[in-house]
Every structure is written in C-alpha cells, then in structure tokens.
Design a protein around this ligand. Sequence first.
Ligand code: SF4
Length: 247
Amino acid sequence: MSSSTLSNRPALWRIPAHQISANAIHAKAEILFERLKTIAQEHQDVRFATSLAAEDMVVTDAIIQSGAKISLFTLATGRLHQETIEMTSQVEKHYGVAVLRVEPQASDVEAFVDKYGLNGFYDTEEAKKACCGARKIKPLNQALIGADAWLTGQRREQAVTRSDLPLREEDDARGIAKYNPLFEWTEAEVWAYLQNKNVPIHPLHFQGYPSIGCEPCTRAVKEGEDIRAGRWWWLQQDSKECGLHVK
Ligand code: SF4
C-alpha cells in the first residue's frame, strides 16, 4: 500500500489529551469515593456491572480505593472481543478481586439464532432487541437477583439518551435502586483519572474505540465523530441503547 493511500485514511478517535491538574482530579476522586461509600452504607447488597471500558474502570478503581462494599460482575455475552475477555482477567489480577462472569442461557441464545440467525441483529430492530434480550437483559436480571442497588458507569455527556441522567434513579423493572456515580463527569475527567491513577486501560481504546461493547456491534470511530457512533452504527442515535438502561 502506498504512503499516499495510508495518509488518506481518516484518523481514528484517540484518547483525549486533558489539562486537568492532579489536584483537581484528586478532589473529584474524593467526591466519587464518598459517593460510593454512602451508596454501600445505604444498601445491603450493591453490585456493579462493568464492561471494562474507561468509565467502568474509573468506577472499578474507585470501588477498590474507597473500600466500598460493592461487588463486580460483567455480562459475558458470548460475543465480546477477545481483548475484553482478557481485560477481565487482568482487572482481577491487578486488583486481587473477583469479577463474576454472567453468561446467557444456552437455550435463549439457541432460540435467537434459530429465529434470526447468529448475526440477525443487523437486519431488524426487533432482532437486535431479541439478541440483547437473550445475551444481556436476561443475564443482567439474573445477576441482580438479591441485590438492592446496582451501579453503572454512564455519563450524561455520552449520548442524547443520557442527557438528564441523575446520580440515583429507581430501577422500576427490578424494584431496586440504580446509581450512576459518574453522571456529571466529563470525558476529560475520566481520562485524567485513569492516567493519574495508573488504572488498567482496555486495549481497544488505543485502536479508535471510545466505547466498548459486543464485537459485532462495536467499531472504531473517526476523529470528531460522536463517541457512541461506533455502537450499533446502523441505527439512529436515539435507539443506541441495548435495553440495559431503559426505564
Ligand atoms: S450488542 Fe449486539 S451481539 Fe451483543 S447482545 Fe446486543 S445485538 Fe447481540
């Protein structure tokens, strides 16, 4: 391939540079630690669903640093990147904690594949919902049985569907509380935290992926594109959720 062809390639998203001082991110982290400790004190059994992406690594690190009694799990959908699978083990080793892998029921996956085909989610919204239902929603419901609160790494800035995200919301579907402890964080603050505290970073973030999900439904984005443009890129902006966070 010629150098001119290479130079014509659009630049991919890159981990943003930031101007946030160590003191400023330390102060922000302290607020986060207090938030997590308060949540853990106010509930009996709090669980955090991590995707291993940047925001979720901030929350993971803060859980460990704060000592808040919050357990970790991840939705092992069966369609994750190999890098995500390896990152889960790396996090366990780095922090000395267990991350529960919650897998879908084989019968649910088989029923989806029989009806729509393995990658049928590209064809219709209905099939995409069915796949996320089998591989994510049902396992999430299972993972939250017995919990009275759960956490996410969602931020307001991430998407039009998240612009009014609060710290605490009621998860009416499951009858428990749901917290978004990074709700008001900026992208720059997330990266400042990760870099300042030497937190493990998912390798796909170095390959143009600002957001991490299932392999067939996530791709790298170009510089300047919306940070969730690589998630279900064939869908409209307002339908770029998998149902995990639908009220
Ligand atoms: S993100 Fe894609 S592969 Fe993963 S559960 Fe949803 S539709 Fe299926």
